[in-house]
Design a binder for this molecule. Structure first.
Ligand code: NAD
Length: 250
């Protein structure tokens, strides 16, 4: 299946986990993929993995919270590959702490990467899409946006924002050929779980609420859904939210 033949995709968070799996998946389906992340060495591994299978990808060092770097990343995709058709906003960070102990700096950092970074990339991509026949965006929210996860106030607020922003953009730009959809993964086995640290003395019943139902998912499980939503198979799907959690939030 070559749903992305002739397409250019930009994937953030592509150095690891869900972002890497998505870059590999889209490239396998024919996309030329610009892989954006702050981790240079790991990003190079993603690009190498794609190229070793005869597909095309390139690395782009980019902090998604930095407006000028985001603008430069979109420009690079267009200049290098002659266009941009699909954006997957996947970069994100997670912090666990009692909310009354969260510093303003920590709060701002999580919001800057998870929510503002998503906004900045959407804004730059949409600006391009509007002059070039439209495009598709898939944003990564979280099950935290729909079923409360304790000790993750900033993360949960950021992911709720990503979900709402995706709906808003879908309505605002849908008639101009821009589709914006959102996925809400549950527990997926990736390095982000190294941040999972229940505060000392915390209520164990709250821990059970955030454990995945029936085990962890794989990054590829989310990449498959992103590849679908970004493709023409989803041409009549706009402003939707897809839970990928093995039923945990049912
Ligand atoms: N793994 C899960 O259980 C799970 C569940 C729900 C949602 N998510 C979301 O999925 C997305 C991917 O997470 P993952 O699980 O693959 O984790 P991960 O830690 O493997 O990947 C996150 C990537 O984001 C990159 N990143 C962090 N800050 C960045 C910045 N400022 N600029 C550019 N890149 C940056 C990291 O370098 C890393 O490569 C995140 O948005 C996360 O919130 C993950």
């Amino acid at each position: 299946m070559q749903r992305y033949e002739g397409r250019v995709a930009l994937v953030t968070g592509a150095a690891s986990g869900i972002g890497r799996a998505t870059a590999e998946r889209l490239a396998r389906e024919g996309a030329r993929v610009l892989c954006a992340d702050v981790q240079a060495a790991a990003l190079a591994e993603t690009v190498e993995a794609v190229r070793s299978r005869g597909a095309e990808a390139a690395a782009c060092a980019c902090d998604v919270g930095d407006e000028s770097q985001v603008r430069a990343a979109v420009r690079e995709a267009v200049q290098r590959y002659g266009g941009l058709h699909v954006l997957a906003n996947i970069a994100g960070i997670l912090r666990f702490k009692n909310t009354h102990e969260v510093s303003l700096d920590d709060w701002n950092r999580v919001l800057a990467i998870n929510l503002t970074g998503t906004f900045l990339f959407c804004r730059e991509a949409i600006t391009h899409f509007l002059g070039h026949g439209g495009g598709a965006i898939v944003n990564v929210s979280s099950s935290a946006a729909i079923q409360a996860h304790a000790w993750t106030a900033a993360y949960t607020a950021s992911k709720g924002g990503v979900l709402a922003l995706s709906n808003e953009l879908a309505i605002e730009y849908g008639r101009q050929g821009v589709r914006v959809n959102c996925v809400c993964p549950g527990g997926v086995k990736t390095p982000i779980h190294e941040e999972f640290a229940v505060p000392p003395g915390a209520d164990a019943t709250l821990v059970r609420r955030i454990l995945p139902f029936g085990g962890f998912g794989r990054p590829e499980d989310v990449a498959d859904a992103i590849a679908f939503l970004g493709s023409d198979d989803a041409r009549f799907i706009n402003g939707t939210m897809l839970r990928i959690d093995g039923g945990a939030c049912s």
